[in-house]
Design a protein around this ligand. Sequence first.
Ligand code: BGC
Length: 496
Amino acid sequence: MFLAIWFFVSCIVSTGYAKIHYNKFPKDFIFGVGTSSYQIEGAWNIDGKGPSIWDNFTHRVPSPISNNDTGDVACDHYHRYKEDIRNIYNIGFQFYRFSISWPRVLPTGYSKPINEKGISFYKKIINEILRYNMTPVVTIYHWDLPQRLYEDGIDWTNPKLVDIFVDYARIIISRFPEVGLWTTINEPKQICRLGYGTGILAPGVKSDGLLEYQCTYVILKTHAATYRMYKKEFSHYKAKMSIVIECPWSEPLTNTKSNKDASERLRQFECGMYMHPIYIGDWPKIVKDRIAQRSKSQNLTKSRLPSFTREEIAFIKGTQDYLGLNYYYTYLVSNIAAGEKGFTNYEYDMGAIISENPNWKFDKNLRKNTPWGIRRALKWIKGQYNNPVILITEMGVSDDGTTIQDDQRIEYYREYSCNILDAMYVDKVKVVGLGAWSLMDNFEWMLGYKSHFGLYYIDFYNDPSLKRVPKKSVQYFRQIIKSRELICNIYDTNFY
Ligand code: BGC
């Protein structure tokens, strides 16, 4: 009785805003944790694995990565997967999301030869997850394109990649029928914008406002072809399939109409560009119009944004069983008013620039902590795409590795989770689960090992044994998953 009253009271706590706050996760809400192959496996040239564009990128001289770090050894998960999966189980997580390294199973990227040792590695991982009664959530592609394909000119800007990817996906789907949930491609925006626009991620191509759009076009076709193949050839499988998209929230810097419009444009460029073709069909109109208009002003004969044929629109539309959502950023956005003509540039296409509010909370690697952003993003997604079922595949925060007392991370997960619950209960968004990023500190792309996202700490520079040391947040998750209760305050007002 006391508990019931306590729960009731905690649900209607008001701080003058008469705002209802719920603090209990539904019974069927699932908690999980994620990693990706290049970031944790190591064993980069072991047991028949071929090189990926990330091996090549990190081996460049001079290195594009902080401290010349590479993923050659990373967390050595290849040899320590049992311990890692046991750690996941011991926290109480219900799913483990990991990715398959394409060149570990197909060393050249082409469907032959198959590296059976690679297949057997992932088989062992899946069996281990199942042994603990957890669900294996598999990402088919988390950025490690086989280097051989890249050298053959078959990369994300080449439509020939579509069929080759589908052949790869077919092989792993047929070999791993035990997978509980599939995600095709992790974060097309990062692959295209950062890999082919700014060039800070592999393969390091700098083609701002040009090849990055071609990449997006090829990725969406690849995702759709994979989904369609899966539904046709594996109709006896029960696992659902989707793509994973990182969708930030944007707030206008000031409440002017032009800044509000710029914020919405940013959402359409950063999220709609990937979701609209899948959920509604075709690019968002504003994206299409802006890029066409600016291309024309540059005297180009056609838009820098490839257009979809009618068949392609129909082919891509509806290729999802749920939405895999990664959430990391909130932006303050203002309009770019002048100088819109005459050059190729993504930000000018979007007509929006991003700034940050110095009053926001920042983590130690200067990532903003804006819990209210996730609720707004979820609500926006619900409104735009007809209330899809959403699995938050990633959310997380980094630390600088100086302490395992990561209270800041605990605060982060608690505040974001409170906002997710508000989105679910108040805004009626269909969120079915949450995946923490990441299980353990790992290779954080261009930041190497200096950025620590893990629930487990690893000292990559001084400890050759790569001991996994639980941070305080391990305890937090253990407790939340067990009790399913959160103490939420009012965080969602006066947000900047
Ligand atoms: C990626 C992860 C990455 C994380 C933190 C996401 O964009 O999927 O691979 O480690 O963000 O930066």
